[in-house]
Design a protein around this ligand. Structure first.
Ligand SMILES: [Zn+2]
Ligand SMILES: [Zn+2]
Length: 114
């Protein structure tokens, strides 16, 4: 019977060790997740600083332009492009970025009246 008690004690010790080594890191991991949740959801103060500007031109459409010259009717294809400006901001407090996009201007490759 003494042997059984000893075995039970050993099982108890093993489970105690198990609890210490397994559940504590788990609890820590859970706490870290919660912390991360708060960080993502609450409106906290950011330190947004302009990081860079990127200008891209996209050709979005074409259309035919007709005009008269020396009593002759001419036709040309006009390319419509959109100039889009992207401003990237960097927050040094949390090491993340955000960007804002603006449509700067719409240009026609052919100078014509609309
Ligand atoms: Zn931030
Ligand atoms: Zn045009």
């Amino acid at each position: 019977m003494i042997g059984l008690v000893k075995l039970r004690k050993l099982t108890f010790v093993i489970s105690l060790i198990f609890i210490i080594f397994v559940t504590i890191p788990l609890m820590e991991a859970e706490a870290a997740v919660v912390e991360n949740d708060i960080y993502e959801t609450t409106d906290m103060q950011h330190n947004w600083k302009k990081y860079g500007t990127d200008i891209n031109v996209f050709q979005t459409d074409t259309h035919e332009v007709t005009y008269w010259k020396n009593f002759m009717r001419y036709s040309r294809t006009c390319n419509i492009s959109h100039e889009v400006k992207t401003i990237v901001y960097y927050c040094g407090l949390h090491d993340h970025t955000k960007s804002e996009t603006f449509l700067e201007e719409i240009t026609h490759s052919v100078n014509h009246s609309h």
